[in-house]
Design a protein around this ligand. Structure first.
Ligand code: PLP
Length: 379
């Protein structure tokens, strides 16, 4: 059997182990330390725009602490893009609040600004209260229409928490994803564009928010020599070992973005001529995706009935991993009782879509194997 080709793998740059060794040599084997500080510093420099960054144990933890600071609590509602990974929505429920799901638009696959406004107006009408926050997602690295979304955020005075977990290195209108909202989450899970084996970060707009984030992430200890607590805290800080991996990964982040974009171009060149295949595509020059995962749509009306799921099985038979797009949250059993504002767009994308291998570590030979299987499937 030939070697397995995975969807998205960790890709070390080479320096990661030096930073881990430094942590061992200096006995900084704790959830804070020089690697954490340096990793945060390099993220701050990369993202720019005077943002602050706090490294955390997961992207999910970052979303949780952002919602907490936005005052989300029992009985509140939070608007969330439906077409996403469940980690965008789960933390809303940790706080006793309820997600309200908004559908995507067909070009970016992200939150539809028109539906967003409709949802806000209808929630106010139904409940008498405004939703407490808006969570757009930059899916597979493709920026959401942040100009339109931020206008609505300003008009209704509802803060935005960007889910940029998949979009480190993506840009919209010349600004990095993660710099638009009051807060933004990043993820360094093993399959993301850079990894710390597991980890995340919260991008904050003010020094005060960053301090508060560290406070909540370290069990909410009051300023006292003994352990005193006036609030409930969490244990969400990133370990100094994992941050060492992150420090090394920051040295190759731009290479990873370039490589994933090259992979996306390669697939486009090889596959665009096949009838019934289309790609998630930057709609205009305003959009610059990191193309974390190259995602395609298969239209069975144009492929003689061949479907995305049949292609997935054909790839699997050739020892190549591919994956359906995220199943929209409004179709998930666990969120069946949540309000949703949808028109079938994300459901249709889910039914027609497939993510294909996009690891920055893939060789030209690996990529040729993938396109050969896809071409012969459609022939
Ligand atoms: C990966 C991911 C997260 C969560 O990140 P973790 O670090 O795995 O907790 C959140 N949202 C989206 C869209 C993601 O893809």
């Amino acid at each position: 059997m030939n070697k397995k080709i995975w969807l998205s793998l960790a890709h070390m740059g080479g320096r990661e182990q030096e930073y881990i060794k430094e942590a061992f040599d200096t006995n900084w084997v704790v959830p804070l330390g020089p690697n954490v500080n340096a990793f945060e510093e390099s993220l701050i420099n990369y993202i720019g725009e005077d943002k602050k960054v706090v490294a955390l144990s997961a992207g999910t933890a970052a979303i949780h602490l952002a919602l907490l600071q936005l005052g989300v609590g029992l009985g509140d509602e939070v608007i969330c893009q439906s077409f996403t990974f469940s980690a965008s929505a789960n933390p809303i429920t940790y706080l006793g609040a309820k997600p309200v799901f908004v559908d995507s638009e067909a070009d970016t696959w992200n939150m539809d600004p028109v539906f967003l406004e409709e949802a806000i107006l209808d929630r106010v009408k139904q409940t008498g209260n405004k939703p407490k926050a808006i969570i757009p997602v930059h899916l597979y690295g493709m920026p959401a229409k942040m100009n339109e979304i931020m206008k609505i955020s300003v008009r209704y005075e509802i803060p935005v928490l960007e889910d940029a977990a998949e979009a480190l290195g993506s840009e919209y209108n010349g600004h990095k994803c993660g710099t638009f909202g009051e807060f933004a989450c990043l993820s360094f899970n093993g399959n993301k564009i850079i990894t710390t084996s597991g980890g995340g970060a919260l991008v904050c707009s003010t020094e005060q928010e960053a301090h508060k984030t560290v406070f909540y992430a370290t069990q909410a200890r009051d300023n006292a020599p003994h352990y005193q607590h006036s609030e409930i805290g969490y244990n969400y800080r990133l370990s100094n070992i994992c941050a060492g991996i992150g420090r090394g990964q920051m040295l190759v982040l731009q290479d990873h973005v370039d490589k994933r974009r090259e992979i996306n171009s390669f697939y486009r060149n090889e596959l665009s001529s096949i009838d019934g295949i289309s790609f998630q595509t930057e709609p205009t020059d305003l959009f610059h995706s990191n193309y974390w995962l190259t995602s395609i749509l298969i239209d069975p009306n144009k492929t003689g009935g061949k479907t995305a799921d049949e292609l997935r099985l054909a790839l699997d038979a050739a020892n190549i991993e591919s994956r359906p797009l995220w199943k929209p949250m409004h179709l998930q059993p666990v969120f069946a009782n949540c309000p949703s504002y949808v028109n079938g767009t994300s459901e249709k994308l889910f039914n027609m879509g497939l993510c294909i291998p996009s690891s920055s570590i893939l060789s030209e030979e690996d990529l040729k194997r993938v396109v050969d299987v896809i071409k012969s499937f459609f022939n």
